[in-house]
Design a protein around this ligand. Structure first.
Ligand code: AP5
Length: 195
């Protein structure tokens, strides 16, 4: 099963993907985590990406597509994976379509997490990651609106977009996501969610 988590900064993509990964026992691929790891390791890629990340901007498509391609083709993704933070632009989504076609596997579902922006800012400011200062958050939201939101239409047109109200506790949100996945006919979730 291949699932994409789509949502604005702070919408809970990482939090929910981690929970779902434990439940489904499939790989969780977070491009944000990969890029931060590369920065910590001091690699050339990490150094280049840090410039964009610290400014709240998206790292160029070709860089991100390159790192996700290698991960997606790895053995632990054979049964599927949860993509968190990728794709984030239409060219990235098209690249993902190509990679999955190569694997002869469909993208099953795109879960879009909907949270009001005022709440997102509050969450990010209280987390305090390096890119969570007010100016950088503003730019991250701008990049999300300009470059990532068009993906809602892209996946709506493919009939695989599922929007989830992601306001509430992490448990409440996970229950809603579980229901959506169960409704799509996945027996792993039978009996998991409350009505
Ligand atoms: P990335 O790490 O993906 O950052 P993001 O999309 O801005 O997302 P966040 O990690 O801030 O939020 P999230 O939605 O995962 O929420 P989380 O669960 O952490 O990317 C960072 C940067 O890398 C980008 O800006 C870009 O430069 C680069 N990059 C990454 N992917 C890229 C790509 N594909 N293309 C180009 N560039 C790319 O939760 C946030 C906080 O809220 C946490 O403290 C959490 O505990 C809390 N929280 C979560 N859920 C709840 C809840 N229900 N109630 C209360 N608190 C909650």
């Amino acid at each position: 099963m291949h699932i994409v988590f789509l949502g604005a900064p702070g919408s809970g993509k990482g939090t929910q993907a981690q929970r779902l990964k434990d439940h489904l026992q499939i790989a969780h691929l977070s491009t944000g985590e990969m890029l931060r790891h590369a920065e910590e390791e001091g690699t050339k890629l990490g150094h280049e990406a840090a410039r964009f990340m610290h400014a709240g901007q998206l790292v160029p498509d070709e860089v991100v597509v390159g790192i996700i391609f290698d991960r997606l083709m790895a053995k632990d993704c054979e049964r599927g994976c949860l993509l968190d933070g990728f794709p984030r632009t239409v060219p990235q989504a098209e690249a993902l379509d190509g990679m999955l076609a190569e694997r002869r596997t469909p993208l099953d579902m795109v879960v879009a997490l909907d949270v009001p922006e005022s709440l997102l800012e509050e969450r990010l400011l209280s987390r305090g990651r390096a890119d969570d200062d007010p100016g950088t958050i503003r730019e991250r939201f701008r990049q999300y609106h300009d470059l990532t939101q068009p993906l809602l239409d892209y996946y709506q047109a493919k009939g695989i977009l599922r929007r989830v109200n992601a306001k509430g506790t992490p448990d409440e949100v996970f229950d809603r996501i579980s229901r959506v996945i169960e409704y799509a006919g996945n027996p792993q979730f039978a009996g998991k969610s409350q009505s």
